[in-house]
Design a protein around this ligand. Sequence first.
Ligand SMILES: Nc1ncnc2c1ncn2[C@@H]1O[C@H](COP(=O)(O)OP(=O)(O)O)[C@@H](O)[C@H]1O
Ligand SMILES: [Mg+2]
Length: 384
Amino acid sequence: MNKDFNYSNLKIGIIGGGQLGKIMSQKAKKMGFHVTILDPTLNCPAAQVSDNHILGGFYDKEKLEELVQQSDVTTFELEHIDTSILKELYEHGHKIYPSPYVMELIQNKYEQKKLLDKNNIPVPKYKNVQSDDDLKAFGFPVIQKVKMGGYDGQGVQMLKTVEDLPKAIKAESFIEELIDIDKELAIIVARSINGEIRCYPVVEMLFDDRVNICDSVMAPARISKEIEEKSIEISIKSIEILGGVGIFGVELFLTKNGDILLNEIAPRPHNSGHYTEESCATSQFEQIIRAVTNLPLGSTKLISPSVMVNLLGEEGYEGEPFIEGIHDALAIPELSFHFYGKSFTKPFRKMGHITVLDDDINKALEKAMKAKDILKIKGSKKYE
Ligand SMILES: Nc1ncnc2c1ncn2[C@@H]1O[C@H](COP(=O)(O)OP(=O)(O)O)[C@@H](O)[C@H]1O
Ligand SMILES: [Mg+2]
């Protein structure tokens, strides 16, 4: 178990079987590795392409142990997991990357922010919340965030004035100043076991205002060289501070004043890096497999500009998914279509994505928006 990797018979364990786990599995299989995933849902996306599926939840210590025991190396597609058993196994020499200690730190957005702030990474002003008085003293408007368990805009809300206090989230939380955002940027950073670091291009995330969910990603971002360099510098420094191994999605705010602030870090392949599969020399999904198996990292070179659009479940529908407009959309040149194989759609659920390439990023955006208008993920049940 603790010896060097045997690449001709390598067993990879992945905690989480959603779309990220699915594409990671596909890349591991491409390299000839054996893949076992852990996920509570029968026939989840990754189960459709991996060798083994351990049916179990992410807080099920026995199942987590079973996965780690039968894998040469274990990695993650999500951060909301029990770390206690993983820490024990890690201490006994099992290979788990990123380490459960890094996962634990990142799980708590407040602790994550504190560590980065302490190490001089620029972040929005923030404060722990213990009572309504803390909220009032900070002033309004303010962004409230739960410390643990938030994702895709869940667990983040704006309190505009003191009148919004009754709707403050009751879970353990902290507050941040409301940033006047010019652009939301992201960078995928890969770090290998021996500390080698590679950055992907800086991208621009566009959001669906209705639900605060990342809707499309433009690669490369339309920013100056100076902003690009600053973003890369902050991202690399942050991952060095964390000391993590694997793939990290670093979310940044470019403010209207031209400052770069770090928002948060995801310790796994990230939605903002889907484009790398068609657009870069090595995809983020192959890169994480390389990073956690001590192989050299691949080139992160941008081969073509692209725009990625998430295919979210249409509002007003749920149940068995039904894709509308696939023939017209796939007739658009240089468009790549991904559907995750989830058996159930609901409003705003991530069901698939498209990546559209073009030498001209604005043309890629035009084609991607056309495809977005055509493609609809509806469901077997309709609501009024
Ligand atoms: N301090 C802030 N000021 C303005 N907008 C923010 C702030 N923090 C978060 N947001 C908005 O909310 C979104 C979700 O917040 P984030 O902390 O990234 O949580 P999640 O885990 O849901 O991704 C961000 O992408 C951004 O659009
Ligand atoms: Mg985020």
